[in-house]
Design a protein around this ligand. Structure first.
Ligand SMILES: Nc1ncnc2c1ncn2[C@@H]1O[C@H](COP(=O)(O)OP(=O)(O)O)[C@@H](O)[C@H]1O
Ligand SMILES: [Mg+2]
Length: 308
């Protein structure tokens, strides 16, 4: 099939990352000094696309930004690593989404997102690709409503498909009817998997996704690696845990590594291991993309799997 190896559909925005914030920032016009501030490429879809391009995968992003400096910033960051942005549209009036991430005590964080033009993002014709990945389902209701149809069409054209819903700010965790049936892979983290399925354990969540029609559900488990279910068999991968510098984008970098490995012809176990390597390495730099590895680096780390 002609076209890209990977098409990512979803959100892109600048992330403003502040480290060393108090648990509750004081109001009353108070100015509080924090340890550091970083401006980084954000949005789950953009971090996945950036990670895949860094891994050498021919990658396109379909997204919407505004006609503003924030939009220029994210498009520059994407093109600098080779992501094709021909399918990124610019909303004439609404601003690009913007996230402020407050890194508080004990590695916890608060994430404040102004969705801007994200909510109305409704892609027109999508570029062709061998695999289509959709990200940040709950931030983009217009896209969400059309996603079953878009992924069904991609599959009919011969592509495989995946979905990383990420968090649901509404707390409802409702997916459109027919969506899971057209996903070859779902890639939630552990908390998201439990919320989406109502299951009490990762194993139950994997089984629930499979029962609802997902060929290969995957659950990301932070420092514990990742687990997947395929044809009734559970597969896991886990590397030696790293002390994170910043965990923003770990899950998206996992997605990039996992999908890149599958597109490079690797089997499920090795794809999980490459995903874990990319997720782990991403925690070693500030923001989602600064520490994303090349393919050789990711594969080298993926071979250092730890037992269990
Ligand atoms: N401290 C860590 N050490 C090693 N790997 C990690 C660490 N934190 C995250 N990872 C890797 O990154 C992946 C995604 O992280 P996770 O926190 O599960 O997702 P998300 O960022 O979406 O919440 C994990 O599956 C794991 O492979
Ligand atoms: Mg995530």
């Amino acid at each position: 099939m002609s076209g890209f190896d990977l098409l990512v559909v979803g959100d892109t925005n600048p992330d403003v990352l502040l480290a060393g914030a108090p648990a509750v920032p004081p109001y009353g016009q108070a100015e509080t000094l924090v340890a550091s501030g970083t401006l980084a490429l954000g949005g789950s879809a953009a971090i996945v696309a950036h990670g895949a391009a860094r891994l050498g995968i021919s990658t396109a992003l379909a997204a919407q930004v505004g006609r503003d400096a924030a939009g220029d910033f994210v498009l520059d960051a994407l093109t600098s690593v080779g992501v094709d942005i021909a399918a990124v549209t610019r909303h004439p009036d609404l601003p690009t989404a913007l996230t402020v991430c407050l890194g508080g005590p004990d590695g916890d964080r608060a994430i404040l997102t102004a969705p801007g033009c994200l909510a109305g993002f409704d892609p027109a014709e999508l570029p062709r690709a061998r695999h289509v990945h959709a990200a940040s389902y709950f931030l983009q209701p217009s896209l969400a409503a059309r996603l079953p149809e878009l992924l069904r069409a991609a599959r009919a054209a011969g592509a495989t498909t995946s979905l990383d819903t990420n968090h649901d700010p509404s707390g409802l965790w409702q997916l459109a009817p027919g969506l899971l049936e057209v996903c070859d892979y779902v890639l939630p983290n552990e908390a998201e998997a439990l919320a989406l399925t109502g299951a009490a354990t990762v194993d139950e969540a994997l089984k629930s996704f499979a029962d609802r029609g997902v060929a290969t559900p995957v659950v990301k488990r932070g420092r514990h690696g990742a687990a997947a279910l395929q044809e009734g068999n559970t597969h896991t991968a886990r590397l030696a845990p790293l002390e994170p510098v910043d965990t923003v984008g770990a899950g998206d970098s996992f997605d990039a590594g996992f999908l890149a490995a599958l597109l490079n012809g690797e089997g499920l176990e090795q794809a999980l291991a490459v995903g874990c390597a990319c997720g782990a390495l991403s925690t070693q730099g500030l923001g989602g993309t600064a520490a994303q590895p090349t393919w050789d680096r990711a594969v080298a780390l993926s071979l250092s799997l730890s037992p269990g």
